[in-house]
Design a protein around this ligand. Sequence first.
Ligand code: THU
Length: 129
Amino acid sequence: MDETWEGLRRAAIEVAQRAYAPYSGFPVGAAALVDDGRVVVGCNVENAGYGVTLCAECGLVSSLVAGGGGRLTRFVCVNGDDDVIMPCGRCRQLLWEHGGAELLVWTPTGVLTMDQVLPQAFGPEALER
Ligand code: THU
């Protein structure tokens, strides 16, 4: 992996240490590169109402938009053992909205495009008529 990917992984590991995951005991950190060069991060934030839990990607996307928006170009998320993990199904949908088919995702089996990890996605163009 090149230095850009390694930097993103380090950022994800760092933010995972600030995750609030008292119920699952499964901290997650996520980091992404934006097309203007910014790096945005997020960690999971659980809740006593389990279903209210915010995945790490929710925080990341919120930070992206609050920081001025832009398109995600590279994404990685890790668990508390620093392993690269797959974003959950709901979060793949979140990532699709802000990165589209070309977003590169570091997965446990290597770097894939968003189109590969969420085939035939439902996206903004589906609402055009
Ligand atoms: N989690 C994430 O933050 N992102 C994912 O893509 C997978 C799951 C969190 C949610 C919950 O706090 C914990 O991992 C266990 O599911």
